[in-house]
Design a binder for this molecule. Structure first.
Ligand code: BTN
Length: 322
């Protein structure tokens, strides 16, 4: 009911009487008053004037389920949104829910992670309110060898959301970093559970640097945030809704696979392509020119002997970036 009230007030953009809300929702005036009080406690600024009703003045500063839901235009992603104050890792939290049968589209977002995970066993720090840590539960009807497009599609969606909402020119550093200039602003860690030839679930976990002004010494040279790049504090709820809207579009319109237009779009936004890159094969370091990303999401690298190597995981250093 609270989400419905926020939606009514948000779309009205003017005062709406308590009576009208109670008629539209089929609940008592008292129930409306009570729900408005809960919303105010959550940080919504809702003014009320006798004989006019309620007016939504602003959303909470903190992440809030009702605020995000009110702005969602998705078919699947965000069907359920769980907002946490603090958690070890949103991926780990959602994996537990997934194992218990949580519905596809469930999103877990947290203001803080105490044991956030990065790729290749690294740590991903999310200090309170500096970043947004979110994980999305997907259950595509695909076999394990068909899911290579999911992380690139997630990267594409988040990159678009940042560019649209923050008016930045972010790009993708293959496979799943989003960068602004030469610095990382988003990291993605996708985890999954498979059962022989069936994917049980896939969880792309996305860490977005929002309000950081400093970073730990070991990453300071290659990390940035929305605040540092734009000089502005963004409305986190509106931004998160934008990210989820783009993710829903990217996953559903492309049936979770990279190909055709989405592959072209990914390549256009991929900063690694057309640059010298290095990666490791066993204990050999190999260098070459990144030429494309194939429909399985693998990076194709032209080596000096004219052969093309495909890279599907691990660390790739891009000359001039990191
Ligand atoms: C990387 O660049 O190494 C990937 C970082 C992924 C971080 C996100 S934050 C939300 C989700 N939960 C985690 O524990 N990790 C991912």
């Amino acid at each position: 009911m609270q989400t419905k009230i926020v939606k009514i007030l948000y779309t009205a953009k003017d005062y709406v009487s308590g009576q009208e809300i109670s008629n539209r929702l089929g609940v008592s005036r008292q129930a409306v008053n009570k729900a408005v009080k809960v919303l105010r406690d959550k940080g919504f600024v809702i003014s009320s004037v006798t004989n006019k009703g309620y007016l939504l003045e602003s959303f909470p500063e903190q992440l809030c389920e009702e605020a995000v839901k009110c702005l969602l235009d998705t078919k699947l992603i965000g069907s359920k949104i769980i907002v946490l104050d603090s958690v070890t890792s949103t991926n780990d939290y959602l994996k537990k829910l997934a194992a218990k049968g949580a519905q596809a589209g469930t999103v877990v977002v947290s203001r803080e992670q105490t044991a956030g995970k990065g790729r290749l066993g690294r740590i991903w720090q999310t200090k309170k309110d500096d970043g947004i840590a979110l994980s999305i539960l997907l259950r595509p009807q695909l076999s394990p060898n068909e899911i290579g497009g999911i992380t690139p599609l997630a990267g594409l969606a988040v990159c678009r959301a940042i560019n649209d909402f923050c008016k930045l020119d972010s790009r993708i550093k293959w496979p799943n970093d989003i960068i602004v200039g030469k610095k990382k602003i988003v990291g993605i860690l996708t985890e999954m559970s498979t059962d022989f030839d069936r994917v049980e679930y896939i969880i792309p976990g996305i860490g977005i640097n929002v309000g950081h002004t400093t970073f730990p010494d070991n990453i300071a040279y290659k990390a940035t945030s929305i605040l540092l790049e734009t000089g502005r504090h963004i409305d986190k709820n509106k931004f998160l809704a934008t990210v989820l809207n783009y993710l829903d579009d990217a996953m559903l319109q492309n049936n979770y696979t990279l190909g055709g237009q989405s592959a072209e779009d990914y390549q256009k936004l991929c900063a690694s392509i057309g640059r010298q890159v290095s990666f490791c094969r066993g204990d050999r370091k190999i260098s070459g020119m990144a030429v494309s990303v194939n429909d399985s999401g693998e990076l194709e690298v032209m080596l000096s002997n004219g052969t093309v190597a495909t890279v599907n995981s691990g660390e790739v250093t891009v000359q001039g970036i990191y």
